[in-house]
Write a protein that binds this ligand. Structure first.
Ligand SMILES: [Zn+2]
Length: 262
């Protein structure tokens, strides 16, 4: 999938890792990339992990990014982005599947805490995506609540099949982009924050062995998602199609019928 980014990204952030003030979405993204670069190159600074900072943030938090990541044990957000306490608001589920509690958590961060960036973080060889593919190929649904995880990945498998993508990591990229779209389709609160220019949503894929992240989808701040509608709107189809904007590169309009979670 084509790599895309945000136009406001500053490639060389000047803020010290431990002293970040309020950031614009592009600045927040640049800080994540800077921290990931430190992690990849073996020179992490471990900012904001000392006792002094722990005390300083005890009375309030102002995280600069929400990470909606896969629960994979090798995908610890604060480690791979080289950040510390109070920096990242992290929500993790297997396969970064998104249900009401996840969306509510994201909405809390962007509206109450003022977090300017939401990142969907997937990774190569994702076990949740592989489990979903195995279930689809054998026609055997997993038992228990694991089925909810598998069912949430099914729309991404369907989209991959439509595009002829069979490689697991290609499917992962599609699933990351699908998660970005599903979040905006299912959360009119998040979509409104994006439209208002206060927040951006980015999909990233992490490489387990190399440790780097790659952007696979991006919805810049100020973009009006075509499918974001408030629940009070009786029918999403007509008004959404009426003034649907052109999606940014790398992001295709979400399918309103596609469930974000089982
Ligand atoms: Zn995973």
């Amino acid at each position: 999938m084509t790599q895309v980014g945000l136009g406001r990204v500053d490639p060389s952030p000047t803020a010290l890792p431990g002293d970040l003030g309020p950031l614009a979405p592009g600045q927040a993204l640049a800080e994540l990339h800077a921290g990931n670069h430190r992690f990849v190159t073996g020179v992490p600074r471990h900012p904001n992990q000392d006792a002094g900072h722990r005390a300083a943030v005890a009375d309030g938090q102002h995280p600069f990014a929400v990470i909606v990541g896969c629960s994979d044990s090798r995908l610890a957000a604060e480690i791979i982005f080289d950040r510390g306490l109070g920096d990242l608001f992290v929500v993790r589920t297997a396969g970064h599947t998104v249900g009401p509690e996840v969306l509510g958590s994201v909405e809390y961060a962007v509206t109450v805490l003022g977090t300017p960036l939401v990142v969907v973080l997937g990774h190569d060889s994702c076990g949740a995506v592989q489990a979903a593919r195995a279930a689809a190929s054998t026609g055997t649904a997993p038992v228990g609540h694991l089925r909810a995880v598998v069912d949430a990945v099914v729309p991404s498998l369907r989209r991959a099949a439509e595009r002829g993508v069979e490689d697991i990591n290609g499917i992962v990229d599609i699933h990351i982009a699908q998660t970005v779209e599903a979040m905006l389709a299912d959360s009119f609160v998040l979509a409104a924050e994006v439209t208002a220019g206060r927040c951006a949503v980015v999909g990233m894929s992490y490489r387990l062995s190399a440790g780097g992240v790659r952007t696979v989808a991006a919805v810049p701040a100020g973009f009006a998602p075509a499918v974001a509608v408030a629940p009070a709107v009786p029918s999403a189809a007509a008004p959404a199609a009426q003034d649907a904007p052109t999606p940014p590169p790398g992001v295709t309009p979400a399918n309103p019928a596609a469930p974000a979670a089982a």
